[in-house]
Design a binder for this molecule. Structure first.
Ligand code: SF4
Length: 427
């Protein structure tokens, strides 16, 4: 092996892969068998994140950054004058095994520019995964990117070796796609998604009858959308996500703030500001849809097409629906308690457990970990309802923001490390 050349390729192709954020390796249960290598479940997988929150726990590379397409937002696009490289299939296999043995990685995230056409490239991605599984007996996590437009037969094969498959939607609207990625059609993404969904369902049902049916993409499929490159509203983005989750059983939609890497007249001029806050609000909304029982129409609509940037989407919804509050914490059902700003799902569970034994008052709730500064305006418990009386949504919002500002100052005085990762949770 020419180590210098491999190192050079690695530099180029790992760097080019960093813009893809859809690489969390959760959800797979592939276990080690036949004394093979690796284990994608349990303690076998750990994640680490760069300072901008991107997952780096897998060997995350492109097979090549040559590409026949010219998507405006992409560093790899054919018109961009950058150093190019391509790995051979065996080189990726050898690197994965070498890094795994050294304990550097827990698995592989493999994407690619498009060499000649979609199928030619997809065949090579599959060949890497197949060699790892069949020849190296590798049981670590493999996430393969599906090339838009790849054939059904290849999508079927890919899922037999990969834990997760993903095909990136990239631009949420058809008009945006036409403008920024004119070589791609929306159906090039949707058809492989449909195929993967059907194969997952079919393999699962066959496995119930024939135990030795192989697993197919056990960690499901995901996608990524680039945010802020084509001028979509948050409503357009999230309605798209809601549709994709429902129609294609996606495990995750990832939102990647558009990074202005190089000039292209088709792109908006946003300086060097990556819209991280917007990204964060979209993740919070996504969370509300998947785990809190919200319907997309409650959070975003024609009249309310964008999320508030200064407050989280659950609080924003609650302020628009003050007539539903206060919620009696000792009587309300699980779904309604989960809708109270400042009460996350873990706290909901604790509240339901605790109230089986006693009526809850304010101190109990604080001890259960609710965010009192937000929740106090929306609940009643065994204490006087002291916060909700006669206050408008604007007044409550003002008070919460003021209190958050004081708290933040206090944390700064208390040596908050600004570079500590902040998890985009809702509660
Ligand atoms: S097809 Fe993929 S790799 Fe090629 S330019 Fe478009 S986004 Fe980039």
């Amino acid at each position: 092996m020419n180590y210098e050349r491999i190192k050079e390729k690695l530099n180029i192709l790992a760097d080019a892969a960093k813009y893809d954020v859809s690489c969390a390796s959760s959800g797979s249960k592939r276990t080690n068998k036949n004394k093979g290598l690796g284990n994608s479940s349990g303690m076998g997988i750990c994640h680490s994140y760069t300072e901008d929150g991107r997952c780096v726990s897998l060997l995350k590379i492109l097979l090549t950054n040559y590409c026949i397409f010219d998507c405006a937002y992409c560093v790899t696009r054919k018109s961009n004058d950058i150093p190019r490289a391509a790995f051979k299939v065996q080189e990726v296999v050898d690197l994965t095994i070498a890094f795994y043995r050294r304990n550097y990685i827990e698995g592989l995230f493999l994407s690619s520019g498009i060499f000649k056409n979609a199928d030619y490239t997809m065949e090579r991605l599959i060949a890497v995964a197949k060699k790892l599984r069949k020849e190296e007996n590798f049981n670590g996590y493999i996430h393969l990117k599906s090339i838009p437009g790849a054939s059904d037969a290849l999508m079927r094969e890919a899922g037999l070796y990969a834990d997760r498959l993903s095909v990136n939607i990239e631009i949420p609207s058809v008009e945006g796609l036409k403008l920024l990625a004119p070589d791609k059609k929306r159906n090039d993404f949707l058809r492989p998604m449909e195929k993967v969904k059907n194969e997952i369902i079919q393999y699962r049902s066959e496995r119930k009858i024939i135990k030795n049916t192989p697993v197919y993409a056990p960690a499901g499929q995901s996608t990524q959308m680039i945010i802020g490159a084509a001028g979509e509203t948050d409503a357009e983005i999230m309605y798209n996500s809601a549709y994709l989750y429902k129609k294609y059983n996606l495990k995750r939609v990832y939102y990647s703030g558009y990074i202005p890497i190089s000039y292209d007249a088709r792109l908006p001029s946003i300086g060097t500001n990556v819209p991280l806050l917007r990204e964060n609000r979209l993740y919070q909304t996504d969370w509300l849809l998947r785990f809190y029982g919200f319907d997309i129409r409650e959070l975003l609509s024609k009249e309310h097409p964008n999320l508030d940037s200064d407050i989280d989407p659950k609080l924003s919804w609650a302020l628009r629906n003050l007539a539903l509050f206060p919620v009696d914490i000792n009587k309300a059902d699980r779904g309604m308690i989960a809708r109270v700003p400042g009460i996350g799902l873990k706290s909901v569970h604790k509240i339901l457990q605790a109230r089986r034994f006693r009526r809850l008052h304010w101190d109990h709730l604080k001890a259960l970990g609710i965010a009192a500064n937000r929740a106090k305006y929306f609940i009643v418990c065994d204490a006087p309802s002291f916060e909700t009386k006669d206050r408008t949504a604007a007044q409550i919002k003002g008070l919460i923001l003021q209190e958050s500002k004081h708290k933040f100052r206090g944390m700064l005085n208390g040596q908050l490390n600004l570079f500590d990762p902040v998890t985009p949770m809702v509660g």
